[in-house]
Ligand binder design. Sequence first.
Ligand SMILES: Nc1ncnc2c1ncn2[C@@H]1O[C@H](COP(=O)(O)OP(=O)(O)OP(=O)(O)O)[C@@H](O)[C@H]1O
Ligand SMILES: O=P(O)(O)OC[C@H]1O[C@](O)(CO)[C@@H](O)[C@@H]1O
Ligand SMILES: [Mg+2]
Length: 320
Amino acid sequence: MKRIAVMTSGGDAPGMNAAIRAVVRAGIAQGIEVYGIRQAYAGLLSGDMELLTSREVSGILQRGGTILQTARNEEFKTAQGQRKALRRLNEHNIEGVIVIGGDGSLRGATVLHDLGVPTVGVPASIDNDIYGTDTSIGVDTALNTILDALDRLRDTATSHNRCFLIEVMGRNCGYLALTGGILGGAEVIITPERPLSMEDVARDLESAYVKGKAHAIAVIAEGAPYKVTELQEFLEKQHVGFEIRLTILGHTQRGGGPTAFDRLLATRMGVEAVKRLLAGETGVMVARQGRVQTTVPLKEVTSQQREITGEYYDLAQMLQ
Ligand SMILES: Nc1ncnc2c1ncn2[C@@H]1O[C@H](COP(=O)(O)OP(=O)(O)OP(=O)(O)O)[C@@H](O)[C@H]1O
Ligand SMILES: O=P(O)(O)OC[C@H]1O[C@](O)(CO)[C@@H](O)[C@@H]1O
Ligand SMILES: [Mg+2]
């Protein structure tokens, strides 16, 4: 193999730049050229790719976002789009691809592999919903951002004797809500996997008020079965004791420089992806399992659901 390409795809995640840098420098160290594909599958279809030198990935390790930019693209899901992608790769003599992204992006990587393009995936998504790896690039940073917000919101909640409803991201996965809630000391945690009825939320908040708490924090995953605004309306009608305020953390959770943990994870995974690709592995995702760095077949990754460990729910219940 003489030339490979790398892309970042799906929602951006802190640490993607560290992973790009690792891929480029590991490639150069192994004597190959690394092309950067801009804007994910959209750039693959339009042929928007260019050689990345060591200098071009200098000074990006600590930066949030992705220098290659990212996009969501429907055309690549079609046979016509996929044919076009193959043509572009051939035009640029690209012999292998590294896809850094979330579960959807890894589905795209599986397609490339099935089309005969040697492909290795690197898990990167704040949602932590990717099967086969303990964690994905960006999760730790997003969690720290959430905790910072929770700590600040508790200060103002306590000062005013209020309850804050805080919506966090995660798509259909409750990982960020559950771990954010446990580590931020939330009174109530609502996840898509184990949702609470609005009546139960009202009961728990009322009980916190009656116990004499000066504040209450309810963390709600964006994938919860009801909208956070509906919950706010409901709770206001129930008069649980606290005044209710709502904060949607939104895209602040995706920004910011990566933590030490995410820099290390991204660096190790980026280097590993190059090694595996050059060793002839394809159709796999680099994964972290305990202290071991391994690979998992993409088919397995994209056909299974990542479960949140039941221990976390037990912790949340015991400590609330
Ligand atoms: N089944 C599929 N076949 C081909 N390409 C796909 C498929 N699913 C997703 N993709 C490609 O991957 C892109 C990103 O997928 P998606 O929007 O699900 O984000 P993601 O990678 O899961 O990241 P995140 O969830 O962190 O935002 C899609 O816009 C599409 O271009
Ligand atoms: O930035 P967009 O395209 O609105 O996507 C938002 C989605 O992306 C994520 O931030 C990452 O997958 C999800 O948590 C969220 O549902
Ligand atoms: Mg996803």
